[in-house]
Design a binder for this molecule. Structure first.
Ligand SMILES: Cc1ncc(COP(=O)(O)O)c(C=O)c1O
Length: 294
């Protein structure tokens, strides 16, 4: 657990950096949302950040998100919390996600199958509000990254707009390659996401201002804002280095693999070894090794 003062100081600094980037870029006209990523972090850290005024929080694992959203202290203290799901969502977990209280956005819709399943679960749940979704794009084309390929983004957006009335298409999200160093200049993944947005707007008849971009993490959120990001996901800079994954998270990966290996899930099973970031690659690998040992 990070100390209260370190979270307060870091959060203040990140917000100040965001504001300074916004004023440099647009003279203050642009809105950028900070999503505080609390994956593997304790409930106490979430409460500290919440009490500093932070409202948007991001989680990668459905089981961890369920545990945190149902924690009595979160329910009692963080009444206006807005959760973002930012991890890889298996279709058989769509129902769990839809049931999350105060769910604000799913940032990682990566396939038509997942969009349709979310639509179905939202219909069943009879929710009055639409669920905001971002389409996750695999801008780097790396095998171990999730997301739809850049050439298929418009088709997926079109499906959401025309066939998924319970989903509110809100924009595009990317993680990008970890190999890119800011010293090498502009991040090509961010440029690709901007280009994808132009394509989507042209093909789906949308205005650029109505399509958000979620890009930028601890090491590059300022750069991402410079290029037009409207949603940055920052974890370790606020809460410190992440703790090793809990056993339950590895079990979650294993369980998902079992369920996803059913024939009807065959298309999605290729995503099991894909990961949301480098740590997830390691976590998935640990899970795979555990599985081999069983
Ligand atoms: C999708 C996604 N975005 C953002 C983050 C936050 O990364 P960082 O701690 O580098 O800010 C993570 C971390 O796991 C992530 O998986």
């Amino acid at each position: 657990m990070a100390s209260t003062s370190s979270i307060q100081t870091a959060l203040k600094a990140v917000n100040a950096n965001i504001q300074s980037q916004i004023s440099k870029k647009t003279g203050g006209a642009q809105n950028v949302r900070l999503v505080a990523v609390t994956k593997t972090k304790p409930v106490e850290d979430i409460i500290t950040a919440y009490e500093c005024g932070q409202r948007h929080f991001g989680e990668n694992y459905i089981i961890e998100l369920e545990e945190k959203t149902r924690h009595p202290k979160i329910i009692d203290i963080c009444r206006e919390i807005k959760w973002h799901f930012i991890g890889h969502l298996q279709t058989n977990k769509a129902k769990n996600l839809v049931a999350i209280p105060n769910l604000y956005m799913c940032e990682t819709v990566h396939s038509e199958k997942l969009a349709k399943k979310l639509q179905k679960e939202l219909e069943k749940a009879g929710k009055t509000e639409k669920l905001k979704v971002l389409v996750q794009v695999n801008t780097s084309g790396e095998e171990n990254k999730n997301g739809v390929s850049t050439s298929k983004v418009s088709d997926l957006v079109n499906l959401i707009l025309t066939k998924c009335p319970e989903l509110e298409f809100t924009g595009l999200m990317t993680i990008g390659s970890f190999d890119h160093s800011l010293a090498d200049g502009v991040n090509p993944d961010f440029i690709k996401l901007l280009k994808c947005r132009d394509d989507v707007c042209r093909r789906c008849n949308l205005q650029v201002e109505d399509v958000e971009l979620s890009m930028g993490m601890s090491h590059d959120y300022e750069h991402a804002i410079e290029l037009g990001s409207t949603n940055v996901r920052v974890g370790s800079t606020i809460f410190g280095a992440r703790n090793p994954p809990k056993q339950s998270q590895n079990q979650e990966v294993l369980k998902e693999k079992d369920e996803e290996s059913q024939p009807q899930e065959a298309n999605d099973s290729q995503h099991i070894t894909k990961a949301t970031d480098q740590e997830d690659v390691l976590e998935n690998e640990t899970a795979r090794l555990q599985e081999l040992a069983i």
